[in-house]
Design a protein around this ligand. Structure first.
Ligand SMILES: Cc1ncc(COP(=O)(O)O)c(C=O)c1O
Length: 400
């Protein structure tokens, strides 16, 4: 009898966390490392939100709460969906968890049976396929390449749907590409979904607010009200309000599904941190101008990085609509050699040689299901980004 469960063999550790750890170890060993692998804003949580957390402690909000969120926060989430997305939900349709990650996981655990398929467009957020596998389902990966702006087409979605399809797991703006679906692009997908009433939509809107000029965010249940009853709209405060460590995510959807998710959460973590819930309440209902301030900074950095990368022969980098990632292609560098004789035969080899030779930590594309690419998170200081691009350019120029 083996000690570890069979379930564990279906899951691999998060490659993004592994690279961040490797970079931290090199830094601890005295190397000059520029880490561009972590997916979190480099700003502090805004002062009024931090103050709400402190007030919550002082007011004694330090005990267990209702499993899937305090009523005030659920009301604020309903108000947010009405204000930002034109979606009408009641608190009974809302679930609050320990980060968007737990909310997504709860939903998959609550709905998947062996053999159930979940369509995941690639490149995808690293956790999706593993979460699906952990919940006993089968990830069905559908590639969305550079040619379609990393966006799933209606034809590809249609072709991937089978009688076993339970969910489309959708993410816009996307981690890792930053690609954001405009209204007509999303409409093309929702039209397909309307024809397949057994397919549900789990939309991960975590980067909703990190959207750049010219792009207007929209979400499936808003674009096609006919999908409202089979859509779980997932969001959170981590990225928009620089609150990654507070661990609050939320979702709204059909009451029966929300109840099933509550049941899972009640037997795993119970309520998300009481203090964080009060901070999230302030984030969602307090002043919203902090979002625009962050977005202006990110947009400047996006342009800095995209322009610098596109100036490097062998690299092609689309300009994303949102999030804080770029996902350049290194197609033009595959097969080349480093001065030490290492062959760049994959994006993994590229990222590894780049880290060793220049100290720049990026994540290789294979981790996100589409190669040969790499992901840069530009949630980093301008001078670090500039320095990193200079080092990447020198590294690429050194390849023969
Ligand atoms: C696409 C996407 N969804 C969900 C999450 C989870 O966010 P959190 O659990 O911090 O709310 C992340 C975090 O990196 C993400 O990139």
């Amino acid at each position: 009898m083996t000690f570890l469960s069979k379930t564990l063999s279906r899951v691999k550790p998060s490659p993004t966390i592994a690279i961040s750890t490797q970079a931290a170890e090199l830094r601890a060993a005295g190397r000059d490392i520029i880490g561009l692998s972590a997916g979190e804003p480099d700003f502090d949580t805004p002062a009024h939100i931090r103050a709400a957390g402190i007030r919550a402690i002082e007011a004694g909000h330090t005990r267990y709460t209702a499993v899937d969120g305090i009523p005030e926060l659920k009301e604020a989430i309903c108000a947010k969906f009405a204000r930002d997305n034109g979606l009408s939900y009641t608190p009974r349709q809302v679930s609050v968890g320990t980060g968007g990650k737990q909310v997504l996981y709860n939903a998959l655990m609550a709905t998947l049976n062996p053999g159930d398929e979940v369509i995941i467009p690639a490149p995808y957020w690293v956790s999706y396929p593993d979460m699906v596998a952990l919940a006993g389902g089968t990830p069905v990966i559908v590639e969305a390449t550079l040619e379609t702006g990393f966006k799933l087409t209606a034809e590809a979605l249609e072709a991937a749907i089978t009688p076993r399809t339970k969910w489309l797991l959708f993410n816009s703006p996307s981690n890792p590409t930053g690609a954001g679906y405009g209204h007509s692009e999303l409409r093309a997908l929702t039209d397909v979904l309307l024809r397949h009433p057994h397919v549900h939509v789990m939309t991960d809107d975590m980067y909703e607010h990190i959207a750049y000029s010219g792009f207007h965010f929209c979400t499936p249940a808003q674009v096609e009200p006919g999908l409202y009853d089979r859509t779980l709209t997932v969001n959170g405060v981590s990225k928009a309000y620089a609150m990654t460590g507070w661990r609050i995510g939320y979702a709204a959807g059909p009451e029966a599904l929300i109840g099933a998710m509550r049941k899972i959460q009640s037997q795993s973590t119970s309520n998300p941190c009481s203090i964080s819930q009060y901070a999230a309440l302030e984030a969602l209902s307090g002043p919203q101008d902090v979002i625009a301030e962050g977005v202006a900074i990110f947009q400047r950095r996006r342009d800095l990085v995209v322009d610098a990368l596109n100036a490097i022969p062998g690299i092609a980098c689309p300009r994303p609509e949102g999030a804080f990632y770029v996902y350049p292609s290194i197609h033009g560098l595959i097969g080349r050699k480093t001065p030490q004789g290492r062959v760049i035969d994959s994006d993994e080899a590229f990222a590894s040689a780049l880290l060793e030779d220049t100290g720049v930590a990026v994540v290789f594309g294979a981790a996100f299901g589409l190669s040969p690419h790499f992901r840069i998170s530009y949630a980093a200081a301008d001078d670090a980004l500039q320095q990193a691009c200079t080092r990447i350019a020198a590294f690429c120029a050194s390849l023969s």
